[in-house]
Design a protein around this ligand. Structure first.
Ligand SMILES: [Zn+2]
Length: 133
């Protein structure tokens, strides 16, 4: 609701003048705010719920024990359509038999490679940012 976005209070809270902190869900916060201004908070919350459902679906289908952070980060930072296309591609591979449903580690690896490739194409960094000390 502030006239100036980001306002001084938000700039301080997000440490915008010192570089964003490493908390992943803080990274898209300015984009999220402009989306809320454009489409309203209900549409934004609906989209967030869809992203959470997508992450849960991917964890249930492809996590072999070490992919939760990557999946959650990808679903938070990549466009949902991009992640859905990757999920559809993997599901197609499973149906066609080019991917082995019993090979959980292989599936987790395929998902990781595809998420990382999509992030790289979009110049989105999925790693946590650490402050230089
Ligand atoms: Zn403000």
């Amino acid at each position: 609701l502030c006239a100036e976005v980001p306002c001084g209070r938000l700039r301080r809270a997000l440490k915008l003048d010192q570089g964003l902190d490493s908390f992943v869900s803080h990274r898209p916060i300015l984009d999220n705010l402009s989306q809320i201004r454009k489409d309203g908070v209900e549409a934004f919350l609906d989209e967030q719920a869809r992203c959470r459902e997508l992450a849960q679906r991917l964890i249930a289908a492809y996590d072999a024990g070490r992919s939760k952070t990557l999946i959650c980060t990808a679903c938070a930072l990549l466009p949902r359509r991009t992640v859905e296309r990757i999920a559809a591609r993997l599901e197609k591979g499973l149906r066609a038999g080019t991917l082995d449903a019993a090979d959980r580690r292989g599936l987790a690896r395929q998902l990781r490679l595809q998420l990382e490739a999509a992030a790289s194409d979009l110049r989105i960094d999925l790693r946590l940012r650490r402050k230089k000390t």
